[in-house]
Design a protein around this ligand. Structure first.
Ligand code: ADP
Ligand code: ZN
Length: 529
C-alpha cells in the first residue's frame, strides 16, 4: 500500500493532518478555509462545537505572516495558546493580564516573524501602540471571534468591538474572518454592516443539535425538581446548572452536595484561583456538576456534558441556545432542562425597567425576553421554535417535551377577563395595586389575613375564579405577561394593565393558553417548600 502522494493534498489538508492530527474536514470547514486562504473575507455562523477555530488557525498557518485573532475571552487565551504550542504552532497573546516584560517578549517574537498566531483582546486594538506594532509586522489575516459582540441588537454587546471596523481601513488587503456561534438574522446583518463585511462570503451552518432534548418545565420547587432530574435521568453524569445570582449558585451547589451529588460552584464573586481550580476539575474529572452563573462556559470544550439545567430564565433565546449548546458536544443524547415560573417574568421585567441605557436599549432587552417567553409558552415543537428564531426551518423533532407530551391549548379568554377585571377593580375602586399572589387569592375567594385586612372579600370579583386551581391561575398570569396582555411594575411585581389588556377586557381578543401540567407525583418530603 502506498501513502497518498502529499503533493496531491492541499496545503490546508496537510496542515489539518500533520499539525492537528485530524483526518478530514468537518461540515463547511474546507470551503471556509479555502476561501480565506485565497484572500477572501468570510462571515461564519457555526454552532458551538462546530469547529470554528480551525477555520482561521489553518489559513493562518498556510498563508504568509501572522494571523491576528481578536477574542474577548481573555481568561482562555493562555489555555488556547498553550494548546497550540503543544501542537508546535507558534502562538502568543497580548492582553491586560500580562506584565510589561511578558508583553515585550511577545512583541519581539511578533516583529521577528516568529509567530503564526497572535491572540489579542479587543481593547488592545484601541491602543495606538498596538496598531503601530501590527503595522510593523506582516499579517496573514484577522480573525474576529465571538463576532456577535459587535452587535448592539445581540445579547452580548461590547463597545470595544466597534473599533474593529477600522482594521479594514488600515489593512484593506488582509482578509478578515468573523465567527460566531450565535446570531439571529438581525444580528447577522448587523455584524456584516458594523465590521464592514458586506462583501464577505457568508457561511451559515445548521444550528440544529438533534442529540439535545429540550424541555421547559413549570417551576415550583426548582432545587427539588433538579435533584429529581439528576437522580432519575443523570446519575453520575457531568452537567452544568445555571442560576441567575451568585447567592443561588452557592445555595444550589450546597443543596446538591448535601444530597450526595458532586457539585461545585462557579461565579464571578469567587477568587480567580478557586474559579480556575473548579473549572479545571470540571474538565478533568468525570461526573462533576458545575453550578454556575453564565460567567461560566464560554469557550469550555468538554464533550461529555450530559445535561444543562437552567433554574432561572435566560434573558434571550441566543443566550439559551448558547448555554444549552454546551451539552452533548460528543453527539450523544443529552438534556437541556429549564424550570421557569411567574417569578422569572416578574424579576426580568423589573431588571429591564431598572436597567441603564436609553429607551431603545430597554426595548431591545424586552424584545429578547419576549422571544424567550414565547419559546417557553409555545405549544409547538421547541426545536422548531428555536431554529425558527435563527431563521432556519425544520420539522417537529419528536424528541422535545412538547413533541413527546403535546400540551393542550385551552381558551383562556374568560379566565383572562376575570383576572384583568380584578386588577381593574383594585385600581378603580380602591386605588390599589397588588402582586399576583393577592389577586389570585381574591379570584379563588380565599379569606387570608391579607384579604381580610384590605377588605378584599367585599369586592364583586371575590371568589369568581374557583374553576381553576391556584397553579393554573399562576399559569394564566405568567402567560398573560408573556403575551403582553398584562404587565408588572415596581419592586414588588404589582400587576397593572398593558396597552393590549383592553382588547381582552372588551371581548375583542381571544386568549389561547397552554394547559398547566399536573404536578409530577413524587413522595412528599417534609420541609421542602
Ligand atoms: P467552536 O469554536 O466552533 O465551538 P472548536 O473549534 O473549539 O469549536 O472545535 C470543537 C472541537 O472539535 C475541538 O475539540 C476541535 O479540536 C474538534 N474539531 C474541529 N474540527 C475538527 C475536525 N475536522 N476533525 C475532528 N475534530 C475536529
Ligand atoms: Zn420537538
Amino acid at each position: 500500500d502506498r501513502e497518498p502522494d502529499p503533493g496531491d493534498m492541499s496545503d490546508a489538508l496537510r496542515v489539518l493532518r500533520r499539525v492537528f492530527g485530524y483526518d478530514s474536514f468537518r461540515g463547511e470547514q474546507q470551503e471556509i478555509i479555502d476561501h480565506v486562504v485565497a484572500g477572501g473575507d468570510a462571515l461564519v455562523l457555526m454552532p458551538t462545537g462546530g469547529g470554528k477555530s480551525l477555520c482561521y488557525q489553518i489559513p493562518a498557518l498556510v498563508r504568509k505572516g501572522v494571523g491576528v485573532v481578536v477574542s474577548p475571552l481573555i481568561a482562555l487565551m493562555q489555555d488556547q495558546v498553550d494548546a497550540l504550542r503543544a501542537l508546535g504552532v507558534r502562538a502568543g497573546f497580548l492582553n491586560s493580564t500580562q506584565d510589561l516584560d511578558e508583553r515585550r517578549l511577545v512583541e519581539a517574537e511578533f516583529l521577528a516573524g516568529e509567530l503564526d498566531l497572535l491572540y489579542l483582546a479587543p481593547e488592545r486594538l484601541r491602543v495606538e501602540s498596538t496598531l503601530a506594532l501590527l503595522g510593523r509586522g506582516s499579517l496573514s489575516l484577522f480573525a474576529i471571534d465571538e463576532a456577535h459582540c459587535v452587535a448592539q441588537w445581540g445579547h452580548d454587546f461590547r463597545p470595544d468591538y466597534l473599533a474593529l471596523s477600522e482594521l479594514h481601513e488600515r489593512w484593506p488587503d488582509v482578509p478578515r474572518i468573523a465567527l460566531t456561534a450565535t446570531a439571529t438574522e438581525a444580528t447577522h446583518a448587523e455584524i456584516a454592516s458594523r465590521l464592514k463585511l458586506q462583501h464577505a462570503r457568508h457561511f451559515v451552518a445548521s444550528f440544529d443539535r438533534p442529540n439535545i432534548q429540550y424541555r421547559i418545565a413549570p417551576k415550583n420547587d426548582p432545587k427539588r425538581q433538579l435533584l429529581e432530574l439528576l437522580r432519575t435521568e443523570h446519575p453520575g453524569d457531568a452537567g452544568i446548572v445555571y442560576c441567575l445570582s451568585r447567592a443561588s449558585v452557592e445555595k444550589t451547589a450546597e443543596f446538591l452536595v448535601k444530597n450526595g451529588i458532586d457539585a461545585l460552584p462557579y461565579h464571578a464573586g469567587l477568587d480567580a484561583r478557586t474559579r480556575a481550580e473548579h473549572q479545571a476539575r470540571f474538565l478533568r474529572e468525570d461526573g462533576l456538576v458545575m453550578v454556575a452563573t453564565i460567567a461560566f462556559g464560554m469557550g469550555i470544550d468538554k464533550p461529555d456534558v450530559r445535561f444543562v439545567a437552567h433554574l432561572d430564565l435566560p434573558k434571550s433565546v441566543e443566550g439559551y441556545y448558547q448555554e444549552t449548546g454546551r451539552a452533548g458536544r460528543d453527539g450523544l443524547p443529552s438534556t437541556a432542562w429549564l424550570a421557569y415560573g411567574l417569578q422569572d417574568v416578574v424579576q426580568q421585567r423589573k431588571m429591564i425597567d431598572g436597567s441603564e441605557g436609553d429607551a431603545a436599549h430597554r426595548r431591545r432587552l424586552a424584545a429578547h425576553l419576549d422571544a424567550m417567553l414565547a419559546l417557553c409558552e409555545t405549544v409547538e415543537c421547541r426545536r422548531v421554535g428555536l431554529l425558527a428564531y435563527f431563521g432556519q426551518r425544520s420539522t417537529p423533532c419528536g424528541n422535545c417535551d412538547t413533541c413527546l407530551t403535546p400540551p393542550e391549548a385551552w381558551d383562556g379568554t374568560v379566565a383572562a377577563q376575570q383576572l384583568l377585571s380584578t386588577v381593574v377593580r383594585l385600581k378603580r375602586e380602591r386605588n390599589q395595586k397588588f402582586g399576583a399572589g393577592q389577586v389570585i387569592d381574591i379570584l379563588l375567594g380565599k379569606k387570608t389575613a391579607k384579604v381580610i385586612q384590605f377588605d378584599h372579600d367585599a369586592l364583586s370579583v371575590f371568589g369568581i375564579g374557583t374553576e381553576l386551581r391556584e397553579a393554573e391561575w399562576r399559569g394564566v398570569v405568567r402567560q398573560l405577561l408573556a403575551q403582553g396582555l398584562l404587565a408588572v411594575e415596581g419592586d414588588y411585581g404589582t400587576l397593572v394593565l398593558s396597552e393590549a389588556s383592553a382588547e381582552v377586557l372588551g371581548g375583542r381578543r381571544q386568549v389561547m393558553l397552554r394547559r398547566e401540567p399536573e404536578r409530577a407525583p413524587r413522595a412528599a418530603k417534609a420541609g421542602s417548600s
